[in-house]
Design a protein around this ligand. Structure first.
Ligand SMILES: *Cc1c(COP(=O)(O)O)cnc(C)c1O
Length: 384
Protein backbone atom coordinates (compact mmCIF):
# COMPACT_ATOMS: atom_id res chain seq x y z
CA UNK A 1 0.00 0.00 0.00
CA UNK A 2 1.24 3.50 -0.76
CA UNK A 3 1.30 6.28 1.79
CA UNK A 4 -2.23 7.22 2.67
CA UNK A 5 -3.16 10.59 1.21
CA UNK A 6 -3.49 13.48 3.61
CA UNK A 7 -7.17 14.06 4.36
CA UNK A 8 -6.99 17.78 3.64
CA UNK A 9 -4.48 18.24 0.82
CA UNK A 10 -2.71 21.58 0.80
CA UNK A 11 -3.48 22.14 -2.84
CA UNK A 12 -1.37 25.32 -2.93
CA UNK A 13 1.74 23.30 -2.07
CA UNK A 14 1.13 20.47 -4.49
CA UNK A 15 3.26 20.10 -7.57
CA UNK A 16 0.44 18.21 -9.19
CA UNK A 17 -3.03 17.19 -8.12
CA UNK A 18 -4.56 13.84 -8.95
CA UNK A 19 -8.32 13.90 -8.58
CA UNK A 20 -10.12 10.58 -8.27
CA UNK A 21 -13.88 10.63 -8.70
CA UNK A 22 -15.18 7.74 -6.59
CA UNK A 23 -18.75 8.45 -7.65
CA UNK A 24 -17.84 7.98 -11.31
CA UNK A 25 -15.98 4.79 -10.43
CA UNK A 26 -19.03 3.39 -8.66
CA UNK A 27 -21.26 4.46 -11.55
CA UNK A 28 -19.02 2.49 -13.92
CA UNK A 29 -19.28 -0.61 -11.73
CA UNK A 30 -23.06 -0.22 -11.49
CA UNK A 31 -23.32 0.12 -15.24
CA UNK A 32 -21.49 -3.18 -15.72
CA UNK A 33 -23.46 -4.87 -12.94
CA UNK A 34 -26.82 -3.91 -14.45
CA UNK A 35 -26.28 -3.72 -18.22
CA UNK A 36 -24.94 -7.19 -18.82
CA UNK A 37 -26.37 -10.68 -18.63
CA UNK A 38 -23.93 -11.84 -15.94
CA UNK A 39 -25.30 -12.63 -12.50
CA UNK A 40 -22.52 -10.80 -10.70
CA UNK A 41 -20.00 -8.09 -11.37
CA UNK A 42 -16.79 -8.52 -9.43
CA UNK A 43 -14.09 -5.82 -9.35
CA UNK A 44 -10.44 -6.27 -10.20
CA UNK A 45 -8.48 -4.14 -7.71
CA UNK A 46 -4.95 -5.49 -8.24
CA UNK A 47 -1.98 -3.12 -8.33
CA UNK A 48 -3.55 -0.87 -5.68
CA UNK A 49 -6.76 -0.58 -7.69
CA UNK A 50 -4.85 0.26 -10.89
CA UNK A 51 -2.94 2.94 -9.05
CA UNK A 52 -6.00 4.76 -7.73
CA UNK A 53 -5.78 3.49 -4.14
CA UNK A 54 -7.39 0.23 -3.01
CA UNK A 55 -7.96 1.69 0.45
CA UNK A 56 -10.39 4.20 -1.06
CA UNK A 57 -11.68 2.24 -4.05
CA UNK A 58 -12.63 -0.99 -2.26
CA UNK A 59 -14.86 0.63 0.41
CA UNK A 60 -16.62 2.68 -2.30
CA UNK A 61 -17.37 -0.48 -4.27
CA UNK A 62 -18.51 -2.28 -1.13
CA UNK A 63 -21.04 0.51 -0.50
CA UNK A 64 -22.26 0.04 -4.08
CA UNK A 65 -22.82 -3.66 -3.45
CA UNK A 66 -19.72 -5.33 -4.90
CA UNK A 67 -18.96 -8.54 -3.00
CA UNK A 68 -16.17 -10.16 -5.00
CA UNK A 69 -12.71 -8.67 -5.55
CA UNK A 70 -9.74 -9.90 -7.54
CA UNK A 71 -6.11 -9.04 -6.86
CA UNK A 72 -2.85 -10.41 -8.29
CA UNK A 73 -0.89 -11.15 -5.11
CA UNK A 74 -1.70 -12.68 -1.76
CA UNK A 75 -0.20 -9.60 -0.07
CA UNK A 76 -2.74 -7.44 -1.91
CA UNK A 77 -5.55 -9.73 -0.74
CA UNK A 78 -4.36 -9.53 2.87
CA UNK A 79 -4.27 -5.72 2.60
CA UNK A 80 -7.88 -5.38 1.46
CA UNK A 81 -9.36 -8.26 3.52
CA UNK A 82 -10.03 -5.99 6.55
CA UNK A 83 -12.01 -3.62 4.30
CA UNK A 84 -14.50 -6.34 3.31
CA UNK A 85 -17.80 -7.04 5.05
CA UNK A 86 -18.96 -10.55 5.98
CA UNK A 87 -19.77 -12.57 2.92
CA UNK A 88 -17.46 -10.62 0.61
CA UNK A 89 -14.53 -12.46 -0.92
CA UNK A 90 -11.17 -11.72 -2.44
CA UNK A 91 -9.42 -14.02 -4.93
CA UNK A 92 -5.75 -14.08 -5.95
CA UNK A 93 -5.32 -14.25 -9.73
CA UNK A 94 -1.62 -15.11 -9.74
CA UNK A 95 -2.41 -18.31 -7.89
CA UNK A 96 -1.10 -20.17 -4.90
CA UNK A 97 2.64 -19.72 -4.35
CA UNK A 98 4.55 -22.60 -2.73
CA UNK A 99 4.03 -22.57 1.05
CA UNK A 100 1.44 -19.78 0.88
CA UNK A 101 -1.34 -22.22 1.82
CA UNK A 102 -1.53 -21.46 5.58
CA UNK A 103 -1.57 -17.66 5.14
CA UNK A 104 -4.14 -17.90 2.37
CA UNK A 105 -6.44 -20.23 4.32
CA UNK A 106 -6.07 -18.34 7.60
CA UNK A 107 -7.13 -15.08 5.95
CA UNK A 108 -10.07 -16.69 4.16
CA UNK A 109 -8.66 -15.69 0.78
CA UNK A 110 -9.58 -17.63 -2.37
CA UNK A 111 -6.62 -18.77 -4.43
CA UNK A 112 -7.11 -19.02 -8.16
CA UNK A 113 -5.63 -22.47 -8.78
CA UNK A 114 -3.55 -22.23 -11.94
CA UNK A 115 -1.85 -25.64 -12.11
CA UNK A 116 -2.35 -29.23 -10.90
CA UNK A 117 0.42 -28.63 -8.37
CA UNK A 118 -1.42 -25.64 -6.88
CA UNK A 119 -4.67 -27.61 -6.82
CA UNK A 120 -3.00 -30.55 -5.04
CA UNK A 121 -1.28 -28.35 -2.47
CA UNK A 122 -4.56 -26.60 -1.64
CA UNK A 123 -6.34 -29.94 -1.39
CA UNK A 124 -3.61 -31.30 0.90
CA UNK A 125 -3.88 -28.23 3.11
CA UNK A 126 -7.65 -28.68 3.35
CA UNK A 127 -7.11 -32.29 4.35
CA UNK A 128 -4.55 -31.24 6.95
CA UNK A 129 -6.99 -28.72 8.41
CA UNK A 130 -9.82 -31.23 8.21
CA UNK A 131 -12.19 -28.86 6.44
CA UNK A 132 -12.97 -27.96 2.84
CA UNK A 133 -11.17 -24.91 1.46
CA UNK A 134 -12.93 -23.08 -1.39
CA UNK A 135 -10.99 -21.85 -4.39
CA UNK A 136 -11.33 -20.83 -8.01
CA UNK A 137 -9.80 -22.69 -10.93
CA UNK A 138 -8.35 -21.04 -14.03
CA UNK A 139 -8.16 -22.68 -17.45
CA UNK A 140 -5.50 -21.78 -19.97
CA UNK A 141 -7.77 -21.20 -22.95
CA UNK A 142 -5.06 -20.09 -25.32
CA UNK A 143 -2.87 -17.40 -23.84
CA UNK A 144 -0.07 -19.56 -22.39
CA UNK A 145 0.12 -17.41 -19.28
CA UNK A 146 -1.69 -19.04 -16.35
CA UNK A 147 -4.09 -21.91 -15.85
CA UNK A 148 -4.66 -25.61 -16.42
CA UNK A 149 -4.76 -27.24 -19.82
CA UNK A 150 -7.96 -28.98 -20.86
CA UNK A 151 -6.41 -32.36 -20.03
CA UNK A 152 -5.24 -31.21 -16.62
CA UNK A 153 -8.67 -29.75 -15.91
CA UNK A 154 -10.26 -33.04 -16.95
CA UNK A 155 -8.13 -34.92 -14.43
CA UNK A 156 -9.12 -32.55 -11.63
CA UNK A 157 -12.79 -32.72 -12.60
CA UNK A 158 -12.72 -36.53 -12.49
CA UNK A 159 -11.27 -36.54 -8.98
CA UNK A 160 -14.09 -36.68 -6.42
CA UNK A 161 -11.68 -36.31 -3.46
CA UNK A 162 -10.56 -32.97 -4.91
CA UNK A 163 -14.13 -31.82 -5.43
CA UNK A 164 -14.97 -32.71 -1.84
CA UNK A 165 -12.10 -30.84 -0.23
CA UNK A 166 -11.94 -27.92 -2.69
CA UNK A 167 -15.40 -26.56 -3.52
CA UNK A 168 -14.93 -24.41 -6.63
CA UNK A 169 -16.51 -20.96 -6.49
CA UNK A 170 -15.75 -20.23 -10.13
CA UNK A 171 -13.98 -21.50 -13.19
CA UNK A 172 -11.99 -18.76 -14.93
CA UNK A 173 -10.62 -18.14 -18.39
CA UNK A 174 -8.92 -15.04 -19.75
CA UNK A 175 -9.09 -13.47 -23.22
CA UNK A 176 -5.97 -12.31 -25.02
CA UNK A 177 -7.62 -10.09 -27.65
CA UNK A 178 -10.85 -8.82 -26.08
CA UNK A 179 -9.93 -5.20 -26.92
CA UNK A 180 -10.39 -6.10 -30.60
CA UNK A 181 -13.83 -7.71 -31.00
CA UNK A 182 -13.04 -8.63 -34.62
CA UNK A 183 -10.07 -10.79 -33.68
CA UNK A 184 -10.82 -14.45 -34.49
CA UNK A 185 -8.92 -15.52 -31.35
CA UNK A 186 -11.96 -14.45 -29.31
CA UNK A 187 -14.26 -17.11 -30.75
CA UNK A 188 -11.56 -19.78 -30.47
CA UNK A 189 -10.93 -18.88 -26.84
CA UNK A 190 -14.67 -18.90 -26.08
CA UNK A 191 -14.95 -22.42 -27.51
CA UNK A 192 -11.95 -23.56 -25.46
CA UNK A 193 -13.44 -22.01 -22.33
CA UNK A 194 -16.78 -23.74 -22.84
CA UNK A 195 -15.06 -27.07 -23.43
CA UNK A 196 -13.26 -26.75 -20.10
CA UNK A 197 -16.11 -25.22 -18.10
CA UNK A 198 -18.57 -28.04 -18.91
CA UNK A 199 -16.27 -30.35 -16.96
CA UNK A 200 -17.37 -28.48 -13.82
CA UNK A 201 -21.17 -28.51 -13.94
CA UNK A 202 -22.86 -25.98 -11.69
CA UNK A 203 -19.68 -23.99 -11.06
CA UNK A 204 -20.10 -20.30 -11.98
CA UNK A 205 -18.15 -19.21 -15.06
CA UNK A 206 -16.00 -16.09 -15.31
CA UNK A 207 -14.39 -15.07 -18.57
CA UNK A 208 -14.94 -11.39 -19.22
CA UNK A 209 -12.53 -8.54 -18.48
CA UNK A 210 -13.74 -4.97 -19.12
CA UNK A 211 -13.63 -5.19 -22.89
CA UNK A 212 -15.52 -8.48 -23.06
CA UNK A 213 -18.00 -7.28 -20.43
CA UNK A 214 -18.90 -4.28 -22.55
CA UNK A 215 -18.83 -6.03 -25.86
CA UNK A 216 -20.61 -9.23 -26.34
CA UNK A 217 -22.99 -11.16 -24.09
CA UNK A 218 -21.56 -14.50 -25.22
CA UNK A 219 -18.52 -13.79 -23.10
CA UNK A 220 -20.35 -12.65 -19.97
CA UNK A 221 -20.86 -15.97 -18.21
CA UNK A 222 -21.86 -15.67 -14.55
CA UNK A 223 -19.21 -13.39 -13.06
CA UNK A 224 -17.66 -10.36 -14.77
CA UNK A 225 -14.09 -9.40 -13.90
CA UNK A 226 -13.72 -5.77 -14.99
CA UNK A 227 -10.78 -3.64 -14.00
CA UNK A 228 -9.91 -0.90 -16.49
CA UNK A 229 -13.48 0.25 -17.24
CA UNK A 230 -14.14 0.83 -13.53
CA UNK A 231 -11.24 3.26 -13.52
CA UNK A 232 -12.70 5.26 -16.37
CA UNK A 233 -10.76 4.21 -19.47
CA UNK A 234 -12.30 2.87 -22.65
CA UNK A 235 -11.20 -0.76 -22.98
CA UNK A 236 -12.20 -1.38 -26.59
CA UNK A 237 -10.16 0.15 -29.39
CA UNK A 238 -12.35 2.44 -31.52
CA UNK A 239 -15.45 2.08 -29.34
CA UNK A 240 -17.07 4.52 -26.94
CA UNK A 241 -18.98 2.85 -24.13
CA UNK A 242 -20.85 4.86 -21.49
CA UNK A 243 -17.95 4.78 -19.05
CA UNK A 244 -17.35 7.90 -16.99
CA UNK A 245 -13.78 9.21 -16.69
CA UNK A 246 -12.52 8.76 -13.13
CA UNK A 247 -9.18 10.55 -12.88
CA UNK A 248 -7.90 13.95 -13.75
CA UNK A 249 -4.35 15.19 -13.36
CA UNK A 250 -3.33 18.82 -13.06
CA UNK A 251 0.25 20.07 -12.82
CA UNK A 252 1.45 23.37 -11.46
CA UNK A 253 3.51 25.90 -13.38
CA UNK A 254 6.78 26.52 -11.52
CA UNK A 255 8.34 29.11 -13.84
CA UNK A 256 7.78 30.77 -17.17
CA UNK A 257 10.43 32.33 -19.41
CA UNK A 258 10.94 33.92 -22.80
CA UNK A 259 13.62 32.38 -25.00
CA UNK A 260 15.24 33.63 -28.17
CA UNK A 261 15.51 31.90 -31.51
CA UNK A 262 17.72 28.80 -31.32
CA UNK A 263 17.55 28.29 -27.55
CA UNK A 264 17.76 24.65 -26.52
CA UNK A 265 15.45 23.27 -23.83
CA UNK A 266 15.67 20.22 -21.57
CA UNK A 267 18.18 17.37 -21.32
CA UNK A 268 20.08 16.74 -24.53
CA UNK A 269 18.82 20.10 -25.84
CA UNK A 270 16.68 18.07 -28.23
CA UNK A 271 14.21 20.94 -28.56
CA UNK A 272 15.28 24.20 -30.19
CA UNK A 273 13.27 27.40 -30.36
CA UNK A 274 12.39 28.22 -33.97
CA UNK A 275 11.95 31.91 -33.30
CA UNK A 276 11.16 33.73 -30.06
CA UNK A 277 9.23 31.42 -27.77
CA UNK A 278 7.68 31.40 -24.34
CA UNK A 279 8.10 28.32 -22.13
CA UNK A 280 6.60 27.14 -18.86
CA UNK A 281 8.10 24.53 -16.55
CA UNK A 282 5.64 22.19 -14.83
CA UNK A 283 6.16 20.37 -11.52
CA UNK A 284 5.64 16.88 -12.91
CA UNK A 285 8.11 14.39 -14.33
CA UNK A 286 8.80 10.74 -14.93
CA UNK A 287 9.30 10.14 -11.20
CA UNK A 288 5.58 10.86 -10.94
CA UNK A 289 4.70 8.32 -13.61
CA UNK A 290 4.39 11.04 -16.26
CA UNK A 291 6.01 9.05 -19.06
CA UNK A 292 9.38 10.11 -20.44
CA UNK A 293 8.14 8.79 -23.78
CA UNK A 294 5.95 11.91 -23.95
CA UNK A 295 9.09 13.95 -24.62
CA UNK A 296 8.21 16.26 -27.59
CA UNK A 297 5.03 14.29 -28.17
CA UNK A 298 2.46 15.10 -25.53
CA UNK A 299 0.79 18.32 -24.50
CA UNK A 300 -0.89 20.06 -21.60
CA UNK A 301 -4.20 21.88 -21.90
CA UNK A 302 -5.06 25.27 -20.48
CA UNK A 303 -7.96 27.56 -21.17
CA UNK A 304 -8.73 26.31 -24.66
CA UNK A 305 -5.14 25.74 -25.78
CA UNK A 306 -3.10 22.60 -26.33
CA UNK A 307 0.40 23.44 -25.13
CA UNK A 308 2.99 21.04 -26.58
CA UNK A 309 5.71 19.47 -24.48
CA UNK A 310 9.07 21.03 -25.37
CA UNK A 311 12.07 18.72 -25.08
CA UNK A 312 12.54 15.76 -22.80
CA UNK A 313 10.45 15.04 -19.75
CA UNK A 314 12.76 15.29 -16.71
CA UNK A 315 12.47 13.41 -13.43
CA UNK A 316 10.67 16.21 -11.62
CA UNK A 317 9.64 18.64 -14.33
CA UNK A 318 8.30 19.01 -17.84
CA UNK A 319 8.66 22.04 -20.11
CA UNK A 320 5.76 23.14 -22.29
CA UNK A 321 5.59 25.71 -25.08
CA UNK A 322 3.08 28.40 -24.17
CA UNK A 323 3.83 30.81 -27.00
CA UNK A 324 0.24 30.46 -28.20
CA UNK A 325 -1.09 32.09 -25.01
CA UNK A 326 -1.48 35.82 -24.46
CA UNK A 327 1.44 37.35 -22.56
CA UNK A 328 1.19 36.85 -18.78
CA UNK A 329 -1.88 34.65 -19.19
CA UNK A 330 -0.31 31.61 -17.51
CA UNK A 331 1.78 32.24 -14.41
CA UNK A 332 3.74 30.40 -11.75
CA UNK A 333 1.29 28.68 -9.42
CA UNK A 334 -1.37 28.11 -12.09
CA UNK A 335 -2.54 24.58 -12.85
CA UNK A 336 -2.67 23.04 -16.33
CA UNK A 337 -4.52 19.87 -17.32
CA UNK A 338 -2.46 16.80 -18.19
CA UNK A 339 -5.23 14.21 -17.99
CA UNK A 340 -8.89 15.18 -17.95
CA UNK A 341 -11.80 16.22 -20.15
CA UNK A 342 -9.53 17.90 -22.72
CA UNK A 343 -6.74 15.36 -22.46
CA UNK A 344 -8.44 11.95 -22.26
CA UNK A 345 -6.33 9.21 -20.72
CA UNK A 346 -6.64 7.05 -23.84
CA UNK A 347 -5.11 9.87 -25.91
CA UNK A 348 -2.30 10.50 -23.43
CA UNK A 349 -1.52 6.76 -23.43
CA UNK A 350 -1.48 6.60 -27.23
CA UNK A 351 0.88 9.59 -27.45
CA UNK A 352 3.14 7.94 -24.88
CA UNK A 353 3.19 4.78 -26.98
CA UNK A 354 1.46 2.73 -24.29
CA UNK A 355 -1.97 1.80 -22.94
CA UNK A 356 -4.19 3.42 -20.31
CA UNK A 357 -3.45 0.50 -17.96
CA UNK A 358 0.19 1.53 -17.77
CA UNK A 359 -0.60 5.22 -17.26
CA UNK A 360 -2.97 4.37 -14.38
CA UNK A 361 -0.77 1.84 -12.62
CA UNK A 362 2.22 4.18 -12.96
CA UNK A 363 0.52 7.13 -11.25
CA UNK A 364 3.01 8.42 -8.74
CA UNK A 365 2.74 8.84 -5.02
CA UNK A 366 4.06 12.39 -5.00
CA UNK A 367 0.78 13.74 -6.29
CA UNK A 368 -1.61 15.33 -3.89
CA UNK A 369 -4.54 12.97 -4.19
CA UNK A 370 -8.03 14.35 -3.95
CA UNK A 371 -10.87 11.84 -3.68
CA UNK A 372 -14.27 13.13 -4.71
CA UNK A 373 -16.75 11.32 -2.44
CA UNK A 374 -19.70 9.17 -3.38
CA UNK A 375 -22.98 10.92 -3.91
CA UNK A 376 -25.22 10.30 -0.90
CA UNK A 377 -26.11 6.60 -1.04
CA UNK A 378 -29.75 5.58 -1.05
CA UNK A 379 -31.29 4.09 2.11
CA UNK A 380 -31.26 0.51 0.75
CA UNK A 381 -27.51 0.66 0.33
CA UNK A 382 -27.08 1.98 3.85
CA UNK A 383 -29.12 -0.98 5.11
CA UNK A 384 -27.13 -3.48 3.03
C1 LIG B 1 -6.29 -7.78 -14.87
C2 LIG B 1 -7.24 -8.88 -15.15
C3 LIG B 1 -8.61 -8.62 -15.38
C4 LIG B 1 -9.16 -7.23 -15.56
O1 LIG B 1 -8.88 -6.80 -16.88
P1 LIG B 1 -9.36 -5.38 -17.46
O2 LIG B 1 -8.97 -5.44 -18.88
O3 LIG B 1 -8.62 -4.37 -16.68
O4 LIG B 1 -10.84 -5.29 -17.25
C5 LIG B 1 -9.45 -9.70 -15.49
N1 LIG B 1 -8.99 -10.98 -15.41
C6 LIG B 1 -7.67 -11.26 -15.23
C7 LIG B 1 -7.23 -12.67 -15.18
C8 LIG B 1 -6.75 -10.22 -15.12
O5 LIG B 1 -5.45 -10.50 -14.97
Amino acid sequence: MPMSPSPLPMAEDAGAILTIDLDALVANWRYLATHTTARQAAAVVKADAYGLGAAQVVPALVVAGCRLFFVAHLAEALAIRPLLPDGAQVAVLNGLMPSAEPACAAANVLPVLNSPDQARRWQAHAQALGRPLPAMLQLDIGMARLGLSLDQAGAMAADSAFAQMVPLQAVLGHLACADDPADPANAAQLAAFRAGAVLFPGVPRSLANSAASLNDARFHGDILRPGLALYGAQPVTDARHPIRPVISLQARVIQTRDVIDGTGAGYGLTWRADGPRRLATLAVGYADGWPRSLSERGAAWWNGHDLPIAGRVSMDSTIIDITALPLEALRAGDLVELIGPHRPIEQVAAQAGTIAYEILTGLGHRYTRRYLPLAVPNPQEIAA
